[in-house]
Design a binder for this molecule. Structure first.
Ligand SMILES: Cc1ncc(COP(=O)(O)O)c(C=O)c1O
Length: 404
């Protein structure tokens, strides 16, 4: 008789966005005349930029001819894309990352979930609280998190690093020493960031205690302030302690196209073993690569036209972020984020819980956001709005909230 992986059964409740979906569906059914504005899920809404569409079309045409047809991609991904990333994302910023240290994938979600496979099962993870749920849930599936306490909504074998207004929504170095540290800046869900000297402290700490940092840079393109690092490899010593996850979803609108990358420097070792070799083995065994067509589209992100068009797209979303941030502040809310990230994190008013505020906003303003408690216990009493909607919807949503 087969048995299931019982670690899956430990996962609590339904996924945050399914719950939101159910509540919104019930409201819509009861109020078919109400126009709901969704500022909840972090999905982009602007179409792909012309430079990317052009590249997709020409790659499709190549696939139509025997001379230019491509089958399986090389294990690490096509050199043209890895080279463009190494030059533009790293070398141009003075970071010593080479093309053969970059592994192309179909997105940062899969990589952030799969990367834990190359570490020992008894390694202890440290995560920010609140946090992008994938880091914890995939470690639960792998049996690395111990038992769940429904009262505190925490796992016995996970080190939580609270990111609260007292810490400016940044984590502090944990008291208990972790083996694997997940960091994400600019942050989802809080929209917070840390400065380069602050990130340097984490790199120094990881090198000192022998921990690895898994650094999720999915929102790097939204950074507007000069002292905020775009990659962890801007910090001295990061090559011996950090893996970086990159995504094309938020900087180029690839949420439906699918493209990402993981960077593992060859200096990152456990004893004599290079993590690069383990991930290469995993990639070669379990993965057959992002499509050629999509990798060509990714290359266009780094073309001159692509850079200009994508900056315009980011400016568009950040204009929304400004409208949300200012509108809520004017309405008397305590707000953070929205300056280096497309997420605005607000304190729920009048002592409401995150879910109470969700219901209130849905019913009274017909606006959908995301309850902070869905990202971890320290998210209770907070709420996330995203800047990924259209400008018109964003402005209308904020007017409705201000009128409450
Ligand atoms: C922090 C973070 N990492 C990764 C992802 C997923 O990125 P991708 O679309 O490349 O899988 C998201 C998506 O919302 C995210 O917020």
């Amino acid at each position: 008789m087969f048995r299931v992986n019982e670690d899956y059964l430990k996962l609590p409740g339904s996924y945050l966005f399914s719950m939101i979906g159910r509540k919104v569906a019930a409201f819509t059914q009861a109020n078919p005349d109400k126009k709901i504005i969704r500022l909840g899920i972090g999905d982009v809404t602007q179409p792909l930029a012309p430079a990317i569409i052009e590249s997709l079309h020409s790659a499709v045409d190549e696939m139509a001819h025997a001379e230019t047809f491509r089958g399986y991609a090389p294990d690490l991904g096509y050199e043209f894309l890895r080279k463009a990333m190494a030059e533009n994302d790293y070398q141009s910023k003075g970071c010593e990352i080479k093309a053969d240290e970059i592994f192309i994938s179909d997105g940062a979600k899969c990589d952030s979930g799969n990367i834990q496979e190359i570490f020992a099962k008894d390694n202890k993870i440290a995560v920010c609280d609140p946090v992008y749920p994938v880091y914890v849930d995939t470690n639960v599936m792998a049996g690395r998190t111990g038992s769940y306490d429904a009262g505190t909504e925490t796992w016995s074998d996970v080190i939580y690093m609270p990111c609260t207004k007292e810490t400016d929504f940044a984590p502090e170095l944990p008291k208990e020493t972790p083996d694997i540290i997940y960091l994400c800046f600019p942050n989802n869900p809080t929209g917070s960031t840390i400065t380069k000297p602050q990130l340097q402290e984490w790199v120094d700490y990881a090198n000192k205690v022998g921990a690895v940092i898994i650094y999720d840079a999915a929102y790097e393109a939204y950074i507007t302030e000069k002292n905020v690092p775009h990659t962890i490899y801007e910090c001295v010593g990061a090559r011996t302690c950090a893996i970086e996850l990159r995504s094309f979803s938020k900087n180029a609108g690839f949420t439906g196209v699918r493209l990402g990358a993981t960077v593992i420097p060859k200096d990152l070792k456990a004893g004599d073993v290079m993590l690069h070799s383990l991930w290469a083995r995993r990639h070669g065994t379990k993965y057959n690569g992002a499509p050629y067509i999509v990798q060509r589209a990714g290359e266009a992100v780094y073309s001159e036209a692509g850079k200009v068009q994508l900056q315009e797209q980011i400016d568009y979303y950040m204009r929304n972020a400004g409208v949300i941030y200012k509108g809520l502040k004017d309405a008397g809310y305590n707000v953070s984020g929205g300056v280096n990230a497309p997420y605005i994190w607000l304190e729920t008013p009048k002592g409401m819980t995150s879910w109470e505020f969700f219901d209130y906003l849905l019913e009274k303003a017909n606006v959908v956001g995301t309850p902070g408690s869905g990202f971890g216990p320290s998210g209770e009493g907070y709420f996330r709005l995203t800047a990924f909607g259209s400008y018109e919807n964003t402005a209308a949503a904020i007017e409705r909230i201000k009128a409450l």
